[in-house]
Write a protein that binds this ligand. Structure first.
Ligand code: ADP
Ligand code: ADP
Length: 233
């Protein structure tokens, strides 16, 4: 049973007299525990698709089912709840709260989920340990390196046990060595049974994934599994 089922998804932005067709009919199924890289040139629709996958926006037309729920026609308040329950976000710029500690940043999604403080802290500690930051729980973001900040953000994305992890250029602000460390963490997350979808421009990063979906002009141009990628190169 796919965790993501997308059929004929379109998104048209309207700006005054002009219409921009950002997505022109996307069909895409992603199974639980898949590890997918989303690629494509600038303007091909990657951000738009990620915004729809992440329930940050609704499609103009078409069907999107996430973890058994039809989210394509939901109202904003329902979408907000789905986001908090089912999606973990990781961004290029980390998006941590600067005045909060590592532990508080990671526990934040559980505050919205109504989890008690002691359970929140125990769970946040557990996830921080799993990304190798068990000894940094009381640090603030400016006391951490870029790679450590991204690991905090990954821990925050995992803390709710989401159905999917969406990462938008997660290594875009990191040097090569740190990028490799972060990609090893995504591999581990995948090995633990999670579904990971990441956007990247970099072939070296994309080849860590097990499936590469390429967009062009708002449609899926190609969709290739790892073995085929390896065989072709
Ligand atoms: P990518 O992430 O691959 O660069 P985008 O999804 O950002 O692609 O953009 C796809 C197309 O939709 C582009 O032509 C872009 O200019 C347009 N677009 C994206 N977001 C908006 C928006 N909020 N309003 C109007 N046009 C947009
Ligand atoms: P990326 O670096 O992921 O390709 P973009 O630079 O295309 O991202 O877009 C960054 C943000 O700006 C996105 O949230 C997108 O929806 C929005 N955006 C992109 N193009 C336009 C546009 N023409 N008008 C308004 N917003 C846009």
């Amino acid at each position: 049973q796919p965790v993501i089922q997308i059929k004929d998804l379109t998104k048209t932005y309207i700006m005054g007299q002009t219409q921009v067709r950002a997505l022109a009919g996307i069909d895409l199924n992603i199974d639980t525990n898949e590890y997918v890289a989303l690629m494509g040139p600038s303007g091909s629709g990657k951000s738009t698709l990620m915004n729809l996958l992440g329930c940050l926006d609704t499609p103009t037309d078409g069907h999107y089912e996430l973890d058994g729920k039809d989210v394509s026609k939901m109202e904003d308040n329902e979408l907000a709840q789905i986001r908090n329950e089912k999606i973990g976000f990781v961004f290029q710029t980390f998006n941590l709260l600067p005045r909060q500690t590592t532990l508080e940043n990671v526990a934040l999604p559980l505050v919205y989920a109504g989890v008690s403080r002691s359970v929140r802290e125990a769970r946040a500690r557990e996830v921080l340990e799993s990304v190798g930051l068990g000894d940094r729980t009381d640090h603030r973001p400016n006391e951490l390196s870029g790679g450590q900040r991204q690991r905090v953000a990954i821990a925050r994305a995992l803390v709710n046990n989401p159905a999917i992890i969406l990462a938008d250029e997660p290594t875009g602000n990191l040097d090569t060595k740190t990028s490799i460390e972060i990609m090893e963490i995504f591999e581990e997350i995948h090995n633990n049974g999670n579904t990971v979808i990441l956007v990247t421009h970099e072939p070296d990063i994309a080849e860590h994934a097990h499936r590469i979906v390429r967009l062009r002009d708002g449609i899926v141009e190609s969709d290739v599994r790892n073995e085929e990628i390896r065989r072709a190169s």
